[in-house]
Design a protein around this ligand. Structure first.
Ligand code: ASP
Length: 422
């Protein structure tokens, strides 16, 4: 049986078991099931930091190729980053606008918060001891630079970890090519091993989903499920809007073709992304389709698409923006403007560090939550709908790569035409 079918069964079985416990007023029993879910979340958190560090180091160390294809690479990276920043911001705006977490009444929210507080893992800001806030931009910038990268790794401080990984990755491009190749090979192997670890942990997902959902429903009842449904709808709705409005417009204005034609030509790619939840798995089909069905240049396709599958994740960005705000709403954490800007920044970087394989977005989400002071336990709340959201965000991730490749390809062709006239 496929893993996602098993997860779905876990979700349904958990809903049934949780409802039964809630009806029997035996919510306390859920405490015996929940540890399985906690173990799963802990394992995911364990992998997040090494995965982000290794994937960012590998991507930057490979940037020597960017020198060769400098212009194409810069255009693609600039468009990728702009799209992701826009995507997270849109996700945050949508979650603020529709407030999926607000439909829970105050008593339910307090119960959720009290449950977590009693486990001693999180404090609502109102109950928590005052922490030192990052006040100025200078302080914020300083905080990006780790005084000790190992300490940053050990404490799971994402931004300094990313800064260090990027700088070390860049430094690898400056050393002797034979040595650099060895490093790249090692990073590649480490990345594969971490991905294998994620796959192993994901085998626990059906049981973990069962445990988490049973516990949530037994404790908080159906109201929470409704809020979860609202959250899923806001996320998917925002993704659909971004796909058709933003990429559709970009394809028409900058790529010079009809969006309808573009989406129709790439329908098999979209379906594959939806069913595999993996940008990497769809890469070969995407490359062939872009070249053969949309007439893109092979050089552009073979550079922009693999780069995009690694760093461009606008679907994941939206997902992280909506999720962060939703979880904050459920836990009653008010995010200041500064914190929301921090979410935009960290979610963009986390999306860059998200590998193009199933279910990584939720792993890197833990870093976004951590850096904005949102309880990581929130992951347990949304994991029940994770699979379907992963399927949807992968479609957007992949289509974003194809749209960017098209835009870069057409801009290069325009440039060549202009040069041949002179
Ligand atoms: N599954 C997504 C992809 O492959 C990544 C994620 O988990 O967000 O694009």
């Amino acid at each position: 049986m496929k893993l996602h079918t098993k997860i779905f069964i876990g979700l349904i079985a958990g809903t049934a078991a949780g409802s039964l416990l809630a009806m029997l007023d035996a919510g306390a029993v859920a405490a015996y099931v929940k540890p399985l879910g906690d173990i799963f979340i802990q394992l995911l958190k364990m992998i997040a930091i090494p995965l982000i560090a290794v994937s960012i180091m590998g991507a930057t160390a490979g940037f020597a190729d960017l020198k060769k294809l400098g212009r194409v690479g810069l255009k693609a990276v600039a468009f990728f980053l702009a799209s992701m920043i826009l995507a997270v911001s849109l996700g945050i705006v949508a979650a603020n606008l529709f407030q999926p977490g607000k439909s829970l009444d105050a008593a339910k929210k307090e119960a959720i918060q009290a449950g977590i507080r009693s486990e001693g893992r999180w404090q609502h800001p109102a109950h928590a001891p005052a922490t030192v806030a990052r006040t100025s931009a200078a302080e914020f910038l300083l905080a990006l630079i780790p005084t000790n990268p190992f300490a940053a790794l050990a404490s799971g401080d994402m931004l300094p970890v990313i800064t260090f990984s990027m700088l070390l990755g860049l430094a690898f491009t400056l050393i002797a090519p034979t040595k650099r190749d060895k490093v790249l090979e090692l990073l590649d192997a480490l990345n594969d091993a971490l991905v294998a670890l994620v796959k192993g942990v994901m085998r626990l997902a059906p049981y973990a989903v069962f445990a988490l959902i049973t516990a949530v429903i037994a404790q908080f009842g159906f109201h929470f499920l409704l809020a979860l449904l609202e959250y899923a709808l806001v996320t998917v709705g925002t993704m659909a809007f971004f796909l058709f409005a933003y990429y559709g417009l970009a394809v028409a204005l900058l790529g010079g073709i009809s969006p309808l034609f573009f989406f129709r030509r790439l329908s098999s790619v979209g379906l594959l992304a939806f069913s595999t939840s993996s940008s990497n798995a769809v890469l070969p089909e995407n490359m062939v389709s872009c070249e053969q069905k949309l007439g893109m240049d092979r050089g552009v396709v073979s550079f922009v698409l693999p780069l995009g599958a690694t760093i461009n994740m606008s679907g994941t960005s939206i997902y992280q923006g909506v999720s962060a705000v939703f979880i904050a709403q459920v836990f009653g954490v008010t995010l200041s403007l500064q914190q929301q800007v921090l979410v935009v920044l960290t979610a963009t970087l986390a999306a860059v560090g998200t590998a193009g394989i199933p279910g990584i977005g939720i792993v890197t989400l833990s870093m976004v939550l951590g850096s904005a002071g949102i309880p990581l336990e929130g992951i347990g709340l949304i994991i029940g709908v994770e699979r379907i959201l992963d399927m949807c965000r992968t479609v957007l991730n992949v289509m974003g790569d194809s749209a960017t490749a098209l835009i870069v390809d057409r801009s290069e062709k325009r440039r060549e035409r202009r040069r041949s006239w002179v």
